[in-house]
Design a binder for this molecule. Structure first.
Ligand SMILES: [Ca+2]
Length: 697
């Protein structure tokens, strides 16, 4: 069997992705500056330089990696809260932040971005005692000199779920209990102009900064410039909207849109802030001066996009809880493009998109109470064909970060893709979710720090969704994900009756899953799971829940950095879920507990000795009980002659591993023996196992 190399697969994916990226960015004069690579997550080898997630024009610096002074405290997630649902650490990017509570406490960084003129601060300040939030400032210094006081608010954070397990509670009353949604973002320009690379940025709690605490999760730094007005455009300023007051200018937007539609001209939104309710936006192009410059503040309704092009502005909303139907972009129709829009504080999805040939590209969603972006078939008879969400960035939203959703009351979603998107810290649902459809793809997405559910979820939308008929999940990187509601880096699950068919899961990297690496739990699945890496899961790497039905083929997957005592694989569904193992898995399933008939002193009787073969080596795992000591491994052929033996290795309590190159060992049957002794114990313990080496070509 020819094994398709990881590098080959990643390169193909990357080339396809980059070609489409270049095409879509052809008119973008603003160069993207920041991309994650697989090497950022400890992936080595020929594909370490491949891009994953969104390439963004901003660079993120974490609060917990800043320089602390004046009594500032670095707070990292130490233990997962008992319910694994909410804490300031759990909701933080990187699971950590800098706390500024003491007067004079500060966090600072060296600016890496040349000509940085904007900063977006992800932060948390306290709620008011009776709920509803407070306002406060935080002082910003540049190179040690006071630069500006940044206004912050907690009016759109701090809701309470009552500790009832619902986990999306929206009570504004602190006495309800179960606080969550701690972080908002403050977006400002640097007063006094752009910073140079190498300048020092400091956030400091001075006497004038009256909040009891400031949790600084991270900052985004960016160099941006206003975009030019398109030729032949109609400006909303000429129809009565100045962008300088909080007066409602919906009528001006209706007027300019009607005129633009009849004259076949684009609408121009000059820099400014415009307070609007839903207006008649359809079949036209609307562009702004950039997402940092032109802002629509939605006080009622959503942007109802129908076969339009929307580009280069921000849609903010005044919502304080979920499901008020305010804010965000609601897209349908044909051939639409939503590009470089920033959706903030919408009460539902940042982007809710159905129709034909719709694209959401290089957009951002922040603090939306619903999905960051949702590509779907609408509800009640709509459809979704050839939908693409690419290179988008979502942080701190309240449902799925990026999702494809096929509602059973509509025509099934066909040909939809999520690729090169980044999601960070979704506070309720999954980082990325595939919920039904046909020819669905999730490729090269970066999914970080999901709070309550899985980093990447594959399934069907509740009891009302279409089956997932075919899907490819490839090249995604999932880090520190899985929570109390769905405890896995990757979860594959559907409600009873839903079917998950023909899913290929390949080349994904699941690192530091907070519970399980991959969780399978459904009543009908057909899975092909190959070339994935599960790195240091907190629990079992692959767990098939009781009651699951289906089949899975697993080959060339790797489990690395397994925590001693945790299982590689567990099938609680028994014969109702059939797993077929290929020959090239590493770390599984052969590291399953190997029963040793007789209790053996010095080596744990229930785990004993396990041998895993990779392409060129044997990985000989053995377990020490009680105390540290030493061990020596020998391999004998079927005639009893030693063909290899190790040195006497110092060995520690728990799991140890010794590697033996198999380059000079021909195929055949061998006996592997480990002789061990604890410190101070002269009695050696010996366990052995018979293995068969066969050709791996
Ligand atoms: Ca952080």
């Amino acid at each position: 069997m020819k094994r398709l190399g990881l590098a080959e697969i990643f390169c193909k994916t990357l080339i396809v992705g980059l070609l489409s990226l270049i095409f879509l960015l052809a008119d973008d004069a603003e160069a993207a500056t920041y991309a994650h690579h697989y090497s950022d997550f400890g992936i080595t080898g020929p594909y370490a330089d491949s891009v994953v997630g969104a390439t963004t024009p901003f660079t993120t610096l974490e609060g917990e990696t800043g320089t602390l002074a004046g009594g500032a405290v670095k707070r990292m997630l130490q233990t997962i809260p008992a319910n694994a649902l909410a804490s300031p650490e759990l909701e933080a990017s990187g699971r950590g932040f800098a706390e500024l509570s003491a007067s004079g406490a500060s966090v600072s960084w060296v600016n890496p971005v040349d000509s940085a003129n904007t900063i977006d601060i992800r932060e948390s300040i306290p709620d008011s005692p009776t709920g509803g939030g407070i306002d406060a400032t935080l002082d910003l210094y540049v190179n040690g000199a006071f630069n500006q006081a940044i206004p912050l608010t907690s009016r759109q954070t701090w809701v309470y779920d009552g500790n009832n397990g619902n986990n999306n509670g929206m009570s504004q009353t602190p006495s309800t209990g179960g606080p969550h949604v701690f972080y908002d973002e403050a977006r400002v320009f640097f007063a006094g102009g752009a910073l140079k690379a190498g300048d020092t940025i400091m956030l400091k709690k001075d006497a004038a900064n009256t909040a009891a605490f400031y949790y600084i999760d991270c900052i985004d730094l960016e160099s941006t410039a206003p975009k030019a007005r398109p030729a032949n455009s109609l400006s909303v300023a000429d129809y009565g909207a100045t962008g300088t007051t909080t007066a409602d200018v919906t009528s001006a937007f209706n007027s300019v849109c009607n005129a633009a539609r009849s004259q076949h001209k684009p609408v121009w939104i000059p820099a400014g802030k415009y307070y609007v309710t839903d207006f008649n936006l359809s079949s036209l192009t609307m562009v702004g001066a950039g997402m940092w410059y032109s802002t629509l503040v939605m006080t009622r309704g959503q942007l109802q996009e129908r076969s339009d092009t929307l580009r280069d502005f921000c849609v903010d909303a005044t919502t304080i809880v979920r499901d008020q139907g305010i804010g965000g972009v609601n897209a349908a129709g044909d051939n639409y493009l939503i590009e470089r829009i920033w959706s903030i504080h919408s009460s539902t999805a940042g982007y809710w998109c159905s129709g034909n040939y719709g694209t959401v590209h290089s957009c951002r969603s922040s603090m939306c109470w619903g999905d960051g972006l949702n590509m779907n078939n609408g509800n009640s008879g709509n459809h979704g064909n050839n939908l693409l969400a690419e290179n988008n960035f979502t942080r701190g939203c309240g449902d799925d970060g990026a999702t494809i959703y096929s509602d059973g009351s509509s025509i099934e979603v066909v040909n939809a893709a999520l690729r090169y998107n980044t999601t960070v810290g979704m506070f309720w649902a999954n980082g990325l979710r595939i919920a039904g459809g046909k020819n669905i793809r999730a490729e090269n997405n970066l999914l970080l720090d999901d709070v309550k559910e899985a980093g990447l979820y594959i399934g069907v939308f509740g009891s009302i969704g279409n089956n997932l008929d075919s899907s490819v999940i490839s090249g995604n990187v999932i880090v520190r994900c899985g929570g109390g509601r769905d405890p896995a880096g990757m979860a594959i699950n559907a409600s009873p009756g839903g079917k998950i068919l023909n899913v290929t899961i390949t080349n994904n990297y699941i690192k530091n899953a907070q519970f399980y690496g991959i969780l399978i739990g459904s009543d009908r699945e057909i899975l092909n799971v190959t070339n994935n890496i599960i790195d240091h899961p907190a629990q079992t790497a692959i767990w098939i829940q009781g009651g699951s039905q289906g089949t899975a083929y697993l080959d060339s997957n790797q489990l690395i950095n397994r925590i001693p005592g945790k299982l590689a694989y567990k099938n609680d569904a028994g014969s109702s879920f059939t797993v077929t193992w290929g020959k090239h898995n590493y770390g599984m399933p052969d590291t399953l507990p190997v029963a040793i008939a007789t209790p053996v002193q010095g080596i744990e009787k229930n785990t004993g000795l396990a041998v895993v073969r990779s392409r060129n080596a044997l990985h000989i795992h053995y377990f020490m009980l009680g105390e540290n000591g030493s061990a020596k491994v020998s391999i004998f052929n079927s005639s009893g002659r030693s063909v290899w033996c190790s040195q006497e290795y110092p060995s520690h309590k728990g799991e140890n591993v010794i590697y033996c190159s198999t380059g000079k060992i021909v195929n055949g049957v061998y006996v592997v023996k480990v002789a061990s002794s604890n410190e101070g114990n002269q009695n050696q313990s010996i366990v052995s196992r018979v293995i068969a080496l066969t050709d791996h070509k």
